[in-house]
Design a binder for this molecule. Structure first.
Ligand code: MCA
Ligand code: AMP
Length: 511
């Protein structure tokens, strides 16, 4: 049996009275509650006569019930497709067409309902689940209607599809298997020293690898208790942190904690481990955190397509600026553009292979092929080097990607929309230093000849907000006469990044 849910159930069955989730308003769910609610939701899903491999899209707020829904899908061998709650109608329409779900479960406020996105789709069942755990998915649950058996799956069967964009701006669904998730969870549980007594403060969103697979799967495998916050609110996190032993977050979390006056020694008195990932943790933040708390934040590295790849050690030297060594059983290598494998300390493309690497992009075999080398290594699109102790340092990306507060923004997707907007000839979307989000998104546009006077950043931003999740929308738009291009006709974004690098600093000063 390779079903990930079976692995979890085997671990928590002896500890059913243990608390699984404590919410911020002190509702407690035990592992017994997890078991019953998951079986009851599985019963409801199963009543729609779904088959292994059918897709279930959910765009729901964070709640314990949303976790039980994810677990019920695992249990039935259904493929979960969680969507970011800030996606707009146009973004969601693409996913609905691409994934062909059998069931969609969403918040009553989702554009799926508000903008009737399913009216033309045939045979898609629609159920609701709101942030308080209520909705049509839940209202018919009954203690007498449980689906107990776990569908047998193979390691290569897809458990989840998570969307990630790319250079064309069109999102691709990464097929993550039961085997990927199980091997990663087992490894992380071991190397980060999780035990039954850990209490994980979970403030991450649950529609990405970090919150759903790294944090949740580790907790499930260790039968941990999670303090479960709907989102990262620094005051709330500080309020709950004294009860926790582990926190996982993006670098913005650590920068916000550090600059909060109430983040004092009594707040982190029980903490054993602070973990950071999804974006580079600035050395300055890592050092200041260490000076203040005596804790060196453990930085690790991953991707949607590979889940976790490398980590600094629990015991041993945690090197600020490095993401540590490859996880056990995973190969990381550095290559030149011609494929030659590089020696230690030489900078090149980071490639990875191992049981963590996904099974390809949903219905995109050509795209999948492009991202793998002939000998089966996945091309991460990140650039870095390995030192003489095999510690990996990421120094940049060959892919055109901005990471803002841990969320990925693919410039092409934003540029495509801007270029279609009235009077704009061309645009470049870039990431520049942001004091809170690490990188912040800005756009640089060139107006059509004779239309310079028509430039209006406010209405353009308003238009973009209708089509894009908020975090992708440029915080500023600047108009210039001409984009810098190289001899190949490609926009030189590095020149633009230099020119606008203090865009957010200027704004902070202006405020
Ligand atoms: C919110 N806004 C953002 C971001 N978040 N803008 C840019 N980048 C962001 N990340 C918008 C809001 O909509 C709002 O817009 C304005 O910025 C200010 O919002 P604020 O209240 O300050 O933000 P927040 O609600 O406190 O959210 C910040 C956050 C959040 C807590 C850092 O972005 C977050 O939870 N990030 C974590 C993402 C994550 O889990 N990534 C993991 C991906 P307006 O003013 O217009 O309303 S998995 C992954 O990357 C790999 C595999 C890995 O290695 O883990
Ligand atoms: P995603 O597409 O959301 O899976 O984002 C994956 C990308 O996030 C990676 O390819 C890296 O560029 C970046 N990333 C994740 N963790 C780190 C880290 N610790 N340091 C630097 N970049 C990171």
């Amino acid at each position: 049996m390779s079903n990930l849910y079976a692995l979890f159930e085997e671990r928590f069955s002896p500890n059913l009275t243990q608390s699984f989730i404590i919410t911020k308003d002190n509702r407690t769910y035990s592992y017994q509650d997890l078991l019953s609610s998951t079986s009851q939701i599985a019963y409801i899903l199963n009543s729609y006569k779904l088959s292994k491999g059918d897709r279930v899209i959910f765009q729901v707020k964070k709640s314990p019930e949303a976790i039980f829904l994810y677990l019920a899908c695992l249990k039935l061998g259904l493929i979960s497709v969680p969507l970011n709650t800030s996606y707009t109608a146009s973004e969601i329409s693409y996913f609905l067409d691409d994934i062909e779900p059998s069931i969609v479960i969403c918040d009553p406020e989702s554009p799926i309902i508000k903008e009737n996105l399913l009216t033309d789709q045939n045979q898609i069942h629609l159920l609701t689940l709101d942030g308080s755990g209520k909705g049509s998915l839940i209202e018919n649950l009954s203690n007498d209607a449980c689906h107990e058996s776990i569908v047998d799956t193979q390691v290569n069967d897809t458990a989840c599809i998570l969307y990630t964009s790319g250079t064309t701006g069109k999102p691709k669904g990464a097929m993550i298997t039961h085997g990927n998730l199980a091997s990663n969870a087992i490894t992380l549980h071991q190397i980060w020293g999780f035990s039954k007594n850990d209490i994980l403060l979970h403030a991450l969103p649950i529609f990405h690898v970090h919150g759903l697979f790294v944090a949740l799967n580790c907790a499930l495998l260790s039968t941990n208790t999670m303090i479960f916050l709907e989102h990262f609110d620094v005051d709330e996190v500080i309020h709950h942190l004294p009860k926790a032993t582990v926190l996982m977050g993006v670098p913005t979390y650590y920068a916000r904690l550090l600059s909060h006056p109430d983040f004092t020694a009594s707040t982190y008195k029980n903490m054993r481990l602070f973990i950071s990932g999804s974006a580079p943790l600035l050395k300055e933040v890592s050092d200041n955190f260490f000076i203040k708390t005596g804790h060196r934040v453990l930085e690790r590295y991953g991707m949607t397509e590979t889940v976790m790849i490398a980590s600094n050690p629990l015991n041993g030297e945690r090197v600020p600026g490095s993401v540590g060594t490859a996880l056990p059983g995973i190969d990381v290598r550095i290559t030149a553009d011609d494929g030659r494998i590089l020696a230690e300390n030489e900078t090149g493309n980071i490639q990875v292979s191992g049981p963590n690497v996904f099974n390809g992009y949903w219905r995109k075999p050509d795209k999948t092929k492009e991202e793998f080398t002939d000998d089966g290594f996945f091309k991460t699109g990140d650039v870095g080097f390995l030192n003489d102790r095999d510690y990996l340092t990421i120094i940049g990306r060959s892919k055109d990607l901005i990471i803002s507060g841990g969320y990925n923004v693919y410039p092409k997707e934003v540029e495509n929309l801007i270029n279609d907007y009235a009077n704009i000839e061309e645009s470049a979307v870039i990431g520049v230093p942001h004091p809170d989000f690490g990188e912040g998104v800005i756009a640089v546009v060139v107006m059509e000849p004779g239309k310079k006077e028509e430039f209006d950043a406010t209405t353009l931003i308003k238009f973009l907000k209708q089509h894009l999740a908020n975090y992708k929308v440029p915080k500023f738009v600047f108009a210039i006469d001409k984009l810098p291009i190289n001899v190949m006709g490609k926009v030189q974004k590095n020149i633009l990044r230099d020119r606008f690098q203090d865009a957010f600093e200027r704004q902070t000063i202006a405020n």
